[in-house]
Structure formats: structure tokens, C-alpha cells
Design a protein around this ligand. Structure first.
Ligand SMILES: [Zn+2]
Length: 246
């Protein structure tokens, strides 16, 4: 029951993310009713249900028949999946009574969407996330580890950023690893960053082999970083067991 409920909460969160993803990059207010992007008709209440409305409307606007991008239900389903997995793996108490990490997971999901769609990691999300991470760090028994890891990750990525003049990674990625350091510390944060770089390298090489024209295609490193961090938080007890074996 609680898992179904968490999935629905995730769908609603994903629906809100769609609003942010559509409006933040255009500098539009996030308040106000949603409209069709083509005919600008204000949507009715029954067109606002996550995923269900999309299926009901067969992916088209009711009046102008413009296709609604698959991105909308995809964002909702992925967000719902993450909330579901988090509650399933870590339990309700973890989510409700130590909310900082759970809030951070949600923000990492949002950052991953922004980076994969627009190649940006907006400051309006990263800075509040760092604020929440600082609260988490203060309350954590491993504060020193978290702070030192964050400084180390930031320094390493800042050097890569400067040496490559922003070609290998963006400055947003530097801020993101500062956040990951505060969230996971050593060794889990280190493992998450390393996994993200590997995923990026494997996909990058894959693109090269399939299509040489994609050589210049930028890969969203931030999305991979968010993904591995989310996975690490959800399955942290398992990863802790593994690192104890090593
Ligand atoms: Zn329309």
C-alpha cells in the first residue's frame, strides 16, 4: 500500500518537474495554469493527471491535435520509479525521519533531467541542494569525511575544468561533485563519481564506434553523476557491505 502511494507521490513530483523543465529555461513563472505549448489553450483539470491524461488523450492536445512529447510521461514515470525504489529499499522511516538524503535524491533526479535535456545544471537547484546537504553534513557522524571528500572532488574536477578549458566538463559538473562529496563522502561518493566517468567513457566510445559524426556530441556527464549518486543512496546498505569486503 505504502509503495503504491509512494509511486503516486512520485508521479505528482514528476508532473511538477515537467512544469519546471518546460518553464525554467524560458524564464517563465512556474505559477499559473498549464497551457498547450502550441495553441496556448489552458488545460482542463482532467488533462493534468500524470501519465493517465497522456494515455487518455492518446498523446495529443484535445483541440489542436499537436503531439505531446513522450518526454512528459517519461519524466513522470522515471521520477515515480525512483521514489518507489527509495521507499522500498530504505523504508518509510528513512524517508520521513531522515528526510535530507531523500530530498537530495529528488533534487538529483531533477538535475539529471535538466542536464540530459538542456546540458545545464541550474544554480537555482544546485545551490538549495548544497544548502540541504550542509544541514545533512552537520547532523552526520561522518561530517569531516563528507567535507574533505567534497573539497577533494571539487579540486579535482576544477583542475580538469581548467586544464580542458571547459571541454571535458562544464562548471556545473564542478558544483555537482561538490554536492556529491557532501552527500556520500569517501568511499561511496568516490565510487559514484568513478562509475559516472566510466559510464560516460563507455557511451562515448560506443557513439564513436557507431557514428563518427557524433564525435563532437557532448555527453551529459552531470546526468551520469546524478544517476550513480541516486543508485548509491538507494542501495547504500548493499554498497556498504561490498566496500567492507574489499
Ligand atoms: Zn493545443
Amino acid at each position: 500500500m505504502i509503495l503504491i502511494f509512494s509511486f503516486i507521490v512520485g508521479l505528482c513530483l514528476g508532473s511538477f518537474f515537467n512544469v519546471l523543465l518546460a518553464r525554467l529555461p524560458r524564464g517563465k513563472s512556474i505559477m499559473g495554469r498549464s497551457q498547450c505549448i502550441q495553441c496556448l489553450r489552458t488545460l482542463s483539470w482532467f488533462e493534468l493527471f500524470p501519465v493517465f491524461s497522456f494515455i487518455l488523450l492518446r498523446g495529443k492536445c484535445r483541440t489542436c491535435k499537436t503531439s505531446i512529447a513522450n518526454r512528459y510521461p517519461a519524466v513522470e514515470l522515471i521520477t515515480a520509479m525512483v521514489v518507489f525504489l527509495l521507499v522500498w529499499q530504505r523504508g518509510v522511516d528513512f524517508v520521513l525521519f531522515q528526510p535530507w538524503l531523500s530530498i537530495l535524491v529528488i533534487l538529483y533526479v531533477l538535475l539529471a533531467f535538466f542536464d540530459s535535456l538542456y546540458m545545464i545544471l541550474p544554480d537555482v537547484i544546485i545551490f538549495p541542494a548544497i544548502g540541504i546537504a550542509v544541514i545533512y553534513v552537520i547532523r552526520s557522524p561522518m561530517s569531516l569525511n563528507l567535507i574533505l571528500s567534497s573539497l577533494l572532488f571539487t579540486a579535482f574536477f576544477a583542475i580538469l575544468y581548467l586544464v580542458s578549458r571547459g571541454k571535458w566538463l562544464g562548471f556545473g559538473d564542478v558544483k555537482l561533485v561538490a554536492l556529491i562529496g557532501l552527500t556520500l563522502g569517501y568511499p561511496l561518493g568516490f565510487a559514484a563519481v568513478l562509475m559516472a566517468i566510466w559510464i560516460g567513457a563507455i557511451i562515448g566510445i560506443g557513439f564513436l564506434l557507431i557514428d563518427k559524426k557524433n564525435l563532437k556530441k557532448e555527453l551529459p556527464l552531470g546526468t551520469f553523476l546524478c544517476l550513480t549518486t541516486i543508485i548509491t543512496i538507494i542501495w547504500e546498505p548493499l554498497f556498504n557491505q561490498i566496500t567492507r569486503l574489499l
